[in-house]
Design a protein around this ligand. Structure first.
Ligand code: ADP
Ligand code: MG
Length: 588
């Protein structure tokens, strides 16, 4: 049993014992912690993991709470139907808000959620049916199989069951195909799209999910307190939730519990002592929170969770390669000699700079085609055009006959195109194995819900098994469990190759794969690329090491200033005066 499991067992034991040991006051406090942890958990996924910031989670809590409040008091409905009503309403609103904002980059989402939070607060305060600022009372208790949950200790059971379930579901999610995609969203969206992940859709899913957790918290809150007033859903509460996520460690599932506990207890304590220092009462704790945030962000950028984790530093649980599993299906190979990639007059401008101008060439299945040229010639830009990271400004690009010059990257990936990036594009905090498994994303199908419920373990085993095979293949078998950022740059490039291979490509684009490798490693890489060619994988290769290139490629295309200046067999290219000129810059 590793330290993580011990910590979980201790935590669950504490939760079970708490209602028997704690006074009514502390049980109530624990209830508030559980309710806040649910909301914070949503923020951890949304902000910490996916990189989207929301200041409006309290509004979703409010929607969940008022929906069941109105439904059970005015219409005398069952709290369970109140839950369904609240969640459906929350999901619809989050979907609408998300559709407008999630695709937009930068600050649209935070600003939109602030505006939304303010609007909802005033809506709660001004609607007659919601009791305006006086609030809404007489909300009934929840009944579960005849058990009436109407005391603090009974609510405790329900609240913490819900919170624990949500925590485990979130943990399951992050450790899955869908979760790897979510974890790539924040810093590696371009890479994710290049391996077939629909990042905009995924962001929307996470936004709606976070809203649903808030809505669930609202429902529990309404039936625990039995009374609602707008003050509980004020904008500053939304900021408190964000505090909780940051304090706990915004990218860690259990950080939600730590953050919610620390801030709830601190708030309670400050509420007691602060008024003694000030003449009037007021929300002084908010100021103190703000001040406490500064040293925290300075000293423990990742929140308190890593500090706790360090206390029980665990041995990694995935040092061994994953268990054997059935191999994944492979895609049909095109026949050797079939036209695989064809460019006709491809163009790309950056402002006034023509990075690629009117480039045409053809590549057949089974070829290793070298693309060389001085720095700034436009080679990486060309890769971006072929893989859909950039849209071409003109010309045609065909992959196996399909026009791709304005296709999104994730659709080009489906055609069997996989790439590495010149600037290594790995998720640094993920293990080598997980990074490579992202490459196999399109070879799996199970989504977020299946992942939360662990219904995708069979597929997951197969994906990890395939990833492990590719890690072995590039010679990194000893590094399965290492965080990819801990490897030297040359080896990170090999991880990139393994990830591309996990996609089962027919066309592999390698951007300077040998940079940073030692002589023997280069030899091994060349050997691997030759093997891939035999297997029917065609390779477009950008590389500066001419010994490496000349001994490996079938043909070469030479670029300079965005144009093709030569094309042909390696020995002809070496003797080509235009090429010599481009490389030596006319120096005698
Ligand atoms: P290579 O890979 O052959 O070294 P690149 O394709 O990276 O060359 O760059 C070609 C030219 O386009 C260079 O002059 C580079 O500065 C410019 N360039 C590349 N990407 C961008 C971009 N995103 N915005 C503006 N200019 C760019
Ligand atoms: Mg480049």
């Amino acid at each position: 049993m590793n330290a993580g499991r011990v910590a979980l067992a201790v935590f669950v034991a504490f939760l079970v014992a708490a209602p028997f040991l704690l006074s009514e006051f502390y049980v109530t406090l624990m209830n508030y912690i559980g309710l806040a942890a649910l909301v914070t958990l949503g923020l951890v996924l949304l902000t910490g993991v996916a990189g989207l910031m929301s200041f409006g989670q309290q509004a979703f809590v409010g929607i969940g709470a008022y929906a069941t409040g109105v439904f059970t008091t005015l219409y005398a409905g069952s709290p369970w139907l109140g839950l369904v009503t609240g969640l459906v309403l929350t999901a619809l609103i989050a979907l609408a808000l998300g559709l407008v904002t999630v695709r937009l980059s930068g600050h649209y989402l935070p600003i939109c959620t602030i505006a939304w939070g303010i609007a909802v607060y005033f809506l709660f305060g001004n609607l007659e049916v919601l009791g305006r600022y006086n609030g809404l009372g007489g909300i009934p208790a929840i009944t579960l199989f005849g058990w009436k949950i109407d005391s603090g200790r009974e609510s405790y059971v329900l609240i913490w069951l819900a919170t624990l379930a949500a925590l485990l579901a979130a943990r399951n999610l992050l450790d899955s195909r869908a979760g790897r995609a979510v974890r790539a969203l924040r810093f590696r969206a371009t890479m994710a799209e290049s391996f077939g992940i629909d990042t905009a859709q995924l962001k929307l899913v996470i936004f709606v999910y976070a809203a649903l957790l808030a809505g669930l918290s609202g429902w529990l809150y309404a039936h625990f307190l039995r009374f609602l007033s707008p003050g509980a859903f004020n904008v500053n509460i939304g900021i408190e939730y964000l505090f909780m996520a940051v304090v706990g460690g915004a990218s860690q599932v259990w950080g939600a519990v730590i953050g919610a506990s620390v801030l709830t207890l601190l708030k309670e304590w400050l509420k007691d002592i602060l008024p003694k220092f000030f003449e009037q009462s007021g929300n002084y704790e908010v100021i103190v929170f703000g001040l406490l945030m500064l040293p925290l962000l300075h000293r423990a950028r990742d929140g308190l969770m890593p500090v706790f984790a360090r206390l029980g530093r665990r041995t990694r649980d995935r040092t061994a390669p994953p268990q054997a599993a059935a191999a994944l299906a492979r895609r049909a190979r095109p026949a050797a000699g079939e036209a695989l990639l064809r460019l006709e007059g491809a163009c790309k401008n950056f402002g006034g700079l023509a990075a690629v101008r009117g480039l045409s060439f053809e590549m057949k299945t089974g070829e290793i085609l070298g693309l060389i040229g001085p720095n700034g010639a436009g080679k990486s830009t060309l890769f971006n055009l072929v893989t859909g990271v950039l849209a071409a400004d003109g010309g045609e690009i065909r992959v196996r006959g399909a026009r791709v010059e304005s296709m999104p990257a994730r659709r080009i990936a489906r055609l069997g195109v996989a790439r590495t990036f010149q600037h290594v594009n790995l998720v640094g905090s993920m293990s080598v194995l997980e990074n490579v498994a992202i490459g196999a994303h399109l070879r799996g199908a199970r989504g977020t819900v299946a992942a939360m419920l662990r219904l995708e373990r069979d597929e997951e085993r197969r994906l990890l098994h395939e990833a492990a095979r590719q890690v072995e293949r590039v010679g990194l078998g000893a590094h399965f469990a290492d965080a990819s950022a801990s490897l030297p740059l040359g080896q990170q490039r090999l991880v990139e190759i393994a990830r591309a291979l996990a996609a089962d490509p027919v066309l592999l684009l390698l951007d300077e794969p040998a940079a940073g490798l030692r002589y023997q490693e280069k030899q091994a890489l060349a050997e691997l690329l030759r093997k891939l060619r035999v297997e029917g994988i065609s390779i477009l290769l950008v590389e500066h090491d001419m010994d490496f290139v000349m001994g490996l490629v079938d043909r070469l295309v030479v670029m300079d200033f965005g144009e093709k200046i030569a094309e042909g067999l390696p020995r002809d290219i070496q003797a080509n005066p235009a090429v010599v000129e481009a490389y030596l810059g006319g120096i005698e």
